[in-house]
Design a protein around this ligand. Sequence first.
Ligand code: SF4
Ligand code: SF4
Ligand code: SF4
Length: 426
Amino acid sequence: MNIIDFKARAEELLPEGANYDACLACGLCASGCPASGFDGMDPRRFIRMAMLGMNEELSTTPWVWTCTQCQRCAQVCPMNIDVSVLVGVARSAWPKDKKPKGIVRSCEAQMRFEGTSAMGLQTEDFVEIIEETAEEIREDSVQFKSLQAPMNKKGAHFFVNQNSREPATEPEELGPLWKIFDYVGADWTYASKGWAAENFCMFTGDDDSWEKMVKQRVDAVNELGCDVWLNTECGHSFYTLWKGVERFNLQANFEPDSLVTYYAKWIREGKLPVNSDWNRQGLKFTLQDPCQLVRKSIGDPAADDLRYVTRKLVGDENFIDMQPCRSANYCCGGGGGFLQAGMNEQRRAYGKRKFDQIQTTEADYVLTPCHNCHSQIEDIGGHFGGNYRVVHLWTLICLSLGILGENERKYLGPDLAKIGLAGDNE
Ligand code: SF4
Ligand code: SF4
Ligand code: SF4
């Protein structure tokens, strides 16, 4: 194990106005951290040990793989101290063969092919899947008989990234997203290079791989001359690119933006005329603010957009916020590579706080515009006996517009599965 001088590294990495020595030992960070107590560690203790020079302990504690780097501790710290930065440094100290294998494998898969898919899906297979899926949509629906999923379209306005989970395991979930683009007349494209959204290299603590991955994607967008790198419903991919461009001083000739921002914009402009008429049963919905998108990247404007979209979709009276929420929200426990790390017991113990938050809302559905949140919240729901379902925004948008195909309803329960289909006469 490479032993790191944490105090020296902390001083190098200080954000403006922060001073690690100024830690008040107030414990605010620890009280709001769902990873507090695992392996006898918490963020307050981590900082104190760093200041005391306990470098060997910090370079070897497995706790760093249970911290999701969600930055909730930094958000509440009166001294602007960010423990997650030091956790990243500690992860880098681990020899590769001792790091959680799932995270390392995902990063290696991304580095192997030009598409940068963490699931190892190669571009030729991706192209075949999207062509087949688009063809099925054209055949099934007169309204979308001209629908396209373009590849390598030079000068398209949006360069759209795609979490590999859909093409690799549930291609029918691609349809709602493309239908929304078609509906608003978006000028968009996928690309052979750098099409995948996910980025686990950052979570390995290996900055060189993170930089290489981001550079590959930035080059791909620059090459096609697109104006906006549009991040779909995936939290960490936004942060890894947005933060990576700044951290590695890369030349990005485009703006990174989130699909959530565009959903809200298109609804405000009347291009997506959604309403909540479909919610005849008054089903209740709550919302998970992805830390990577809200607290760590765009901030509360993204939380505002999420609520605007959700309220329009489900009806004001049917939306119940978790407490705390927005930038103060708790991580669900799927972040930082935790879902891939194989530490299921700790991951679920971390997620218990999220589960309790959700149960308190008594919501029937949780909306999660992030794949990691989606998987984790489903998993803890099953594990702790919750009776909620987890759904993407694109599903509800298409349901509301009456354009959700029969095979695009995987995440809807029996209460919604038939809405808008033939025979739904209520
Ligand atoms: S919240 Fe900040 S000041 Fe308080 S114990 Fe944590 S790191 Fe120290
Ligand atoms: S980043 Fe999140 S998980 Fe890590 S110490 Fe801070 S609050 Fe806890
Ligand atoms: S999994 Fe979701 S809640 Fe957790 S850090 Fe990632 S974005 Fe945040």
